[in-house]
Design a protein around this ligand. Structure first.
Ligand code: NDP
Length: 270
């Protein structure tokens, strides 16, 4: 029998997740269906109950329901506890298992697909919203030399820094105005500034020779990407992360790891 999965968000019509998971299923020979469902803003929990009653095996969760999914799950992975958010749910009997695959997806894209090990690197994480929180601990687990969190609202960067228990890596929180004398090997934009084509006021001197500038947004060149390119950095968007976080979720549900390269290649063409 076909096992049913879905992605829940609001809005959701733009989601590439159904296409990605259908390609994974075809490639691995898994008999699953996967659809995009727009849950009402005040009806996420009821929608999850409905899906469980209909025999769905799990779902992905996106904006704005990741924290609600975290509160709804009755079994939480270490990664979701660190992120305080859930992007993947698995339904098993009475268990609603919550995981967060965003951070693993980002690290896998940078280390394996782009070939840049993060261990020993100086990393700048720009942003302190849900996406930054989701990737913070998986980045620290790679043992970078230094991690600086910078945000438009510096207090939020400070709060994120305070959530870090790891005392192996040096973690700092600063405002954009305090980046003047710093250089980084990897600069990750986890803000939503690209959605409004807004520039981020960071100095052009932050890019170390050979630096990677990674924007978690995908679909178009953001001002951050253009700025980084102009100042000599290698640039990547978040499409690889999107596919890798989906592969982690597929693996959790189906216990088989799909190849991500053909899926990335196909999405870049569409
Ligand atoms: P949130 O709303 O939780 O946080 C937004 C962040 O962006 C805050 O740090 C905010 O700063 C900052 N910000 C917004 N506008 C500006 C601006 N004009 N200049 C500087 N900083 C700005 O959003 P999320 O964290 O959930 O999402 C952030 C991005 O990550 C989105 O674009 C999303 O698409 C992307 N993403 C990509 C994924 C992928 O798989 N590739 C997965 C998850 C997210 P402040 O605190 O000052 O308001």
């Amino acid at each position: 029998m076909t096992d049913k999965y879905a992605v829940l968000g609001n809005p959701i019509s733009h989601s590439k997740s159904p296409l990605i998971h259908r390609m994974f299923a075809e490639q691995t020979g898994q008999d699953i269906s996967y659809e995009a469902i727009e849950a009402p803003l005040d009806g996420f929990a009821a929608k999850i109950e409905e899906l469980r009653a209909k025999g769905y095996k799990g779902c992905n969760v996106t904006v704005p329901f990741k924290v609600e999914a975290f509160n709804l799950a009755n079994q939480l992975s270490q990664k979701s506890l660190e992120a305080e958010a859930v992007n993947t749910l698995k339904f098993e009997g009475d268990a609603i298992i919550g995981d967060n695959t965003d951070g693993a997806g980002l690290v896998r894209d940078i280390e394996q697909n782009l070939g840049i090990p993060l261990k020993g690197k100086r990393i700048l994480l720009i942003g302190a919203g849900g996406a930054a929180q989701g990737v913070l601990h998986p980045i620290l687990a790679t043992e970078p030399k230094q991690l600086v969190i910078s945000n438009r609202t510096p207090d939020k960067a400070l709060a994120l820094k305070k959530s870090v228990k790891n005392d192996v890596v040096s973690v700092e929180a600063v405002g954009f105005g305090e980046l003047d004398n710093a250089q980084f090997d990897v600069i990750i934009n986890a803000t939503s500034a690209g959605l409004t084509d807004s520039e981020i006021p960071i100095p052009s001197t932050i890019f170390a020779p050979g630096a990677l500038a990674y924007d978690m947004m995908y679909g178009r060149e953001t001002p951050f990407m253009a700025f980084a390119r102009q100042h000599g950095a290698r640039v990547a968007d978040g499409l690889g992360m999107l596919v890798e976080q989906a592969a982690e979720a597929f693996c959790l549900w189906r216990r088989v790891r799909p190849e991500t390269k053909p899926v990335r290649d196909r999405l870049r063409l569409s």
